[in-house]
Design a protein around this ligand. Sequence first.
Ligand SMILES: Nc1ncnc2c1ncn2[C@@H]1O[C@H](COP(=O)(O)OP(=O)(O)OP(=O)(O)O)[C@@H](O)[C@H]1O
Length: 196
Amino acid sequence: MIEVIGLHKQFAENVLYSGYSVQFCAPKICIEAPNGQGKTTLLMMLAELETRQSGQILFSKKALTEPHKQVAIASDCIALPDFLTAKQIINLSVNTLGCDWPTTIIDGFNFNEFLNTRFDALSSGNQKKCQLILALMRDAPYLLLDEPSAALDQASIQYLLVLLDEYLIDKPNGQIVITCHEPAPFIERGFECIPL
Ligand SMILES: Nc1ncnc2c1ncn2[C@@H]1O[C@H](COP(=O)(O)OP(=O)(O)OP(=O)(O)O)[C@@H](O)[C@H]1O
């Protein structure tokens, strides 16, 4: 369970969260809220890639000790070295995090033919696939996906849904949190929708 307690977050004068508390109890959560409400910022704070002014974030009642091992996140907000090819970027994760080369996920997303394309030359859907591959290959117990279906073709959305169906099977304390403006397919697959 992920628990946010008394969160305060603002950018300059823009207060996004003031004394915000929430418990994400269901294994699969979909956060739905209008543009600009702070969904991406919340995911980034959960992954400790964005600071907060105050408040606590607990995972199974504890603060994270090794965020890069415990949490994997995919978001357009996370800048990738876009002068590298997709294969080189994936290899960075293989080498630095000790993950296996994600053959099955790359095949599932029909991404093989784009591996030698520079990230900045990929289409938006293929950039999204690359971000998802990088997060999913880490097999972390907590998986955070920021608008994972945005820009994906239908076949890839279906593949993602199957992957997410199976993701938690070997992770009894794991959780998936996504943000999504079109949550219907995720709700059909057992995601609980939570407003901010
Ligand atoms: N690094 C930053 N510096 C300043 N303001 C920021 C920064 N990151 C986000 N914001 C602001 O915080 C607010 C919330 O942004 P965020 O991206 O979290 O919203 P969101 O709910 O994910 O929106 P969307 O549905 O459009 O993706 C916006 O007003 C945004 O401009």
